[in-house]
Each structure stands twice: as structure tokens, then as C-alpha cells.
Design a protein around this ligand. Structure first.
Ligand code: ADP
Ligand code: MG
Length: 489
């Protein structure tokens, strides 16, 4: 790139002033136009027109290019699907100190221009710094600082509804529109693993919080709630814990089956539930089994759960699985012929998570391993006989997979950087090595920048903690672990 020097661009900029009726072209416009030129060459024109054309530059200041996007959904989508392309392009055009910032400008009636700025230092939405702490531990009575622990990936927009989840979906929408004011309180969603309970529960949360930033909304899991309650007792803070949970406006607790057998925690939750319910605060719960199959859960709680709406999510039928396969593959930029979509939908009938996993493998095989996309490849992937993945498992393969997954080069992963993203990728690679090989801590250390065995042990413990407290890291681990398990060990 010849002209990526800001001074040159600003100079050029003065030569670009147009007649009075037109807007002056700024350095931000020029930078963004150059980015668009590159982006355009790397994606289809349809994708470009849908996602990139509507974006315009606002300003460029202190190495930060601010662009205007029409909705929050837009940033999420771009972030999720075009992050690597965007990152590479920005760095190429503006140098490696450059940052991109989105400004969501919802221009609904021209009079009230709502503006919200979403900062994306280093591009990817960093996990909130408090993400790994427990909610009560970091809470602050000031509403603005209240962490919701939601993952903005889960929205109604990208939730596919159909017969198998219609009731749960409709109730979720109603609750999201009017938290605490419908008859669906609590809303109790249950269904098998990977069928969308967490997605739906978080979609409610994201919807509510986007509409009303002042609400105290908390997403947590029964495990997190339990750990936190035990900590509170140990630290003589049980009363503060109780007060904290009773001050919440919308409480979402995922996977409540893990309350089973935890008498004291359940007792505490029972009183919290009553207090919130009495004040018409919305409660949303999920469980991997129905009320009658919930073992070792206090009967008083079970009867409370029946007060509201109990909605199940079933495995989608064939047609819906086809729709899901089609939509998810299109989202990943994969165009699948009808027979492949049908084959996947017919043969993957355990969960939507597994459909997603199949598509990810398919994408990896065709893009990373250059396999031809055909029915045979799909069969290999689904029936677990794919030859590309039967490669021997080596530390290098583990490192390569982690590096691709987090989009961080292996050199950086092994460096001494303590930056959260980098440290996480490093700890994940170490933990996976420990899980998947029989190597000693000392040997593993020698493969990871000659680190000593206590560092390796610490990395493993850190990831283990995350697995309990951080759904995103848990998902990272599960995805990588699934992929690596298919190698020959
Ligand atoms: P559960 O909590 O029931 O185990 P999740 O909500 O974690 O399942 O869903 C597993 C994966 O499948 C997630 O990536 C989620 O986004 C996706 N998924 C589940 N149901 C749907 C749906 N109806 N539409 C789109 N994606 C879905
Ligand atoms: Mg879940």
C-alpha cells in the first residue's frame, strides 16, 4: 500500500474539497474507502452490499477510525462473520496501531437521533474484564456499572423458530417485551442439550438490556450462583449476597438442574425467588429436564416454577433442521447444494449444536484443508471417518488449531505477553495438551517457550476455573476439544 501515511492523506484531503453542496471528503472517508476496496475483493457483492455498503466513516482521530453502522445487530454480525477480514484490512491500510470503533446510529425519525458508541479496541469485543469474576463479587449499586454477563452473540434475530420451539420462542418474545408484566413469570424453558435454551434465555436478556439500559439484569448459571453463595457465607457476606440478588430486576438462571442436592443454596434461592416474584421482577430459568424429571430439587421450588409458564424445546423436525442447516451454512459463507443440506438434516438429529459442529468441520475441511465440497466429504465428517482429521495428534497440531481458532499467531501465543486474549489462547493450548496427551507438566513446559511446570499447572487451573465460570471459554474449549479428539492420538 503506497499511501498509508496519515500526513499524506490529510494533505490529499484538502485537495478533495468539493463544491458547496457536497460534503468535504475527510481522511476518515479516504481510509474507509481504501478498506472497502480491499473488502470488496474478498467477499461476494451480495455480502458487500448487505453488510459493508451501508457503513460510512465518521472520523479518524488518534489512530481510531470511527464508522457509522445502522444497528447493534450490524456490528455483531460483522464482528462475528468478517472480523479477520476487517482486522487484516484495517491494519494494512492504517498500520498496526489503528483501531476501529463502531457508532450505532439508529436514525428512526430524524428528530431523535439515538447514538450509542461501541468501542472495539483491538477489534474484537473484549470479554468484560469482570467476566471471570462472580456477579455479586463485582457488583456495584450504580446501575450503569452493573454487569449483565450476557453474550451478545445470542439474539432473537439469529434464533430460528419453528414447531419445535414455538411456545418457548413466543413466550420469550412476550417476556422480552414486557419483563415482569406478563403471566409468564417465571418463564421456565427446558429441553435437551444443544437445542437452544441458553440462546433463547440470553436473547431475552439482550433484547431487554438493549431497550432499557437502566434495568438491573443478570444472567448467571446455577453453578455460578452456588459458588458465589458459598463464597459469601465463608466471607461473612451472606446478607450482602441476599440483598444483591433481591435488587435485581430481571434474573436469568441457566441450567438450574445443577441446584440438585444443594439444600442451602436452594433455600436461599427460594427466598430470593419469592422476593423478586412478589415485586413483579422477571425470572427466567432453564433446565435440561422437565419439572417432573428434576431430581433432588426442593418441592417448594418446583411448585413455584409452575406458577408461570413451562415451555419445552424439542429437537426440530427434518424440515426445520434443513432450514437451520441452510441458514447457518449461509451465515458461514458456505453455499451448500440441496442434497448436502438434506443429508446433514437427515443424519444429524441429536442437536443444533451438533449441526453447527458439522458445518464448522465442513468449512474447515474445504477452506483449511482444501477438500472438495461434496457428499462424500459430508458423509466422512458426519460418520467420523474423515481422513483429513485422522492426522496424528501432535503438539504442533494442537498449537495450530488454537492459533487458527483465536486468530493469533503461534509466535505471539508463545510470547511472554500477558494480554488477556493472548494469555487465554496460550493457557488453552497448554490445557488441551495436558488433556489430550500423556506428557508431563515439565515436558509440556518445554514445548511452550520453556516455561516451568508450575506455570503449566497454573495455566491448567486457570482454564479449569474458566470452565465453571465463563461460558465463552467453555465453548472455546469444547469446540477445540471436539476438533482435536478426531485426530489419532
Ligand atoms: P442449550 O443451552 O439448550 O444446550 P444452546 O442455546 O447453547 O443450547 O445452543 C447450542 C447452539 O445451537 C448455539 O450455538 C445456538 O446459537 C444454536 N442454536 C440452538 N437453537 C437455535 C435456533 N433455534 N436457531 C439458531 N441457532 C440455534
Ligand atoms: Mg445451555
Amino acid at each position: 500500500m503506497k499511501n498509508n501515511n496519515l500526513k499524506d492523506l490529510v494533505k490529499t484531503n484538502t485537495e478533495f474539497s468539493l463544491d458547496n453542496s457536497s460534503k468535504m471528503i475527510t481522511s476518515a472517508d479516504i481510509y474507509w474507502q481504501k478498506c472497502l476496496d480491499i473488502i470488496k475483493d474478498n467477499i461476494t457483492s451480495q455480502v458487500f452490499n448487505t453488510w459493508f455498503k451501508p457503513i460510512s466513516a465518521i472520523k479518524y482521530e488518534n489512530h481510531v477510525l470511527t464508522v457509522k453502522v445502522p444497528s447493534q445487530f450490524f456490528c455483531e454480525w460483522i464482528e462475528e462473520h468478517y472480523y479477520p477480514l476487517l482486522q487484516k484490512t484495517i491494519l494494512k491500510i492504517m498500520g498496526d496501531t489503528a483501531k476501529l470503533e463502531y457508532q450505532v446510529v439508529i436514525d428512526d425519525n430524524h428528530e431523535s437521533l439515538q447514538q450509542r458508541t461501541m468501542k472495539l479496541p483491538a477489534f474484537r469485543n473484549p470479554p468484560p474484564s469482570n467476566q471471570n469474576q462472580l456477579p455479586f463479587a463485582v457488583s456495584n449499586p450504580v446501575v450503569q456499572d452493573f454487569p449483565s454477563y450476557l453474550n451478545n452473540r445470542y439474539t432473537f434475530n439469529n434464533f430460528i423458530n419453528g414447531d419445535s420451539n414455538q411456545l418457548a420462542y413466543s413466550a420469550a418474545m412476550a417476556v422480552a417485551d414486557n419483563p415482569g408484566k406478563t403471566r409468564y413469570n417465571p418463564l421456565f424453558i427446558y429441553g435437551g442439550s444443544g437445542l437452544g435454551k441458553t440462546h433463547l434465555a440470553q436473547a431475552i436478556g439482550n433484547y431487554i438490556i438493549n431497550k432499557n439500559k437502566n434495568l438491573r439484569l443478570l444472567y448467571t448459571t446455577s453453578e455460578r450462583f452456588t459458588v458465589e453463595y458459598i463464597n459469601a457465607i465463608q466471607n461473612n457476606k451472606a446478607n450482602d449476597f441476599i440483598a444483591f440478588y433481591r435488587s435485581i430486576d430481571v434474573l436469568i438462571i441457566d441450567d438450574i438442574q445443577f441446584f440438585a442436592g444443594k439444600e442451602k443454596t436452594m433455600d436461599n434461592f427460594f427466598h430470593t425467588f419469592n422476593s423478586l416474584h412478589q415485586e413483579s421482577k422477571q425470572i427466567i430459568l432453564t433446565s435440561d429436564r422437565s419439572l417432573k424429571d428434576l431430581k433432588d430439587i426442593d418441592d417448594r421450588l418446583i411448585s413455584r416454577f409452575q406458577w408461570g409458564l413451562v415451555a419445552d424445546i424439542q429437537m426440530p423436525d427434518l424440515e426445520m433442521r434443513m432450514a437451520i442447516t441452510q441458514k447457518k451454512s449461509a451465515d458461514e459463507g458456505l453455499t451448500l447444494p440441496y442434497e448436502i443440506i438434506e443429508y446433514i438434516a437427515k443424519n444429524v438429529s441429536t442437536s443444533i449444536r451438533v449441526i453447527e459442529g458439522t458445518l464448522i468441520k465442513l468449512l474447515a475441511s474445504t477452506t483449511l484443508d482444501n477438500r472438495e465440497l461434496n457428499l462424500n466429504l459430508v458423509k466422512e465428517i458426519i460418520h467420523g471417518t474423515t481422513s483429513i482429521e485422522a492426522k496424528p495428534l501432535t503438539i504442533d497440531e494442537i498449537k495450530r488449531n488454537v492459533s487458527v481458532y483465536y486468530n493469533i499467531s503461534n509466535e505471539i501465543i508463545e510470547s511472554k505477553s500477558r494480554k488477556h486474549e493472548i494469555a487465554l489462547a496460550r493457557q488453552m493450548a497448554i490445557y488441551l495438551t495436558k488433556q489430550l496427551t500423556t506428557l508431563s507438566l515439565k515436558t509440556i513446559g518445554s514445548y511452550f517457550g520453556n516455561r516451568d511446570h508450575t506455570t503449566i499447572l497454573h495455566s491448567c487451573q486457570t482454564i479449569e476455573n474458566y470452565l465453571v465460570t465463563d461460558k465463552n471459554v467453555k465453548k472455546d474449549f469444547e469446540t477445540l476439544f471436539e476438533k482435536l479428539k478426531t485426530y489419532q492420538s
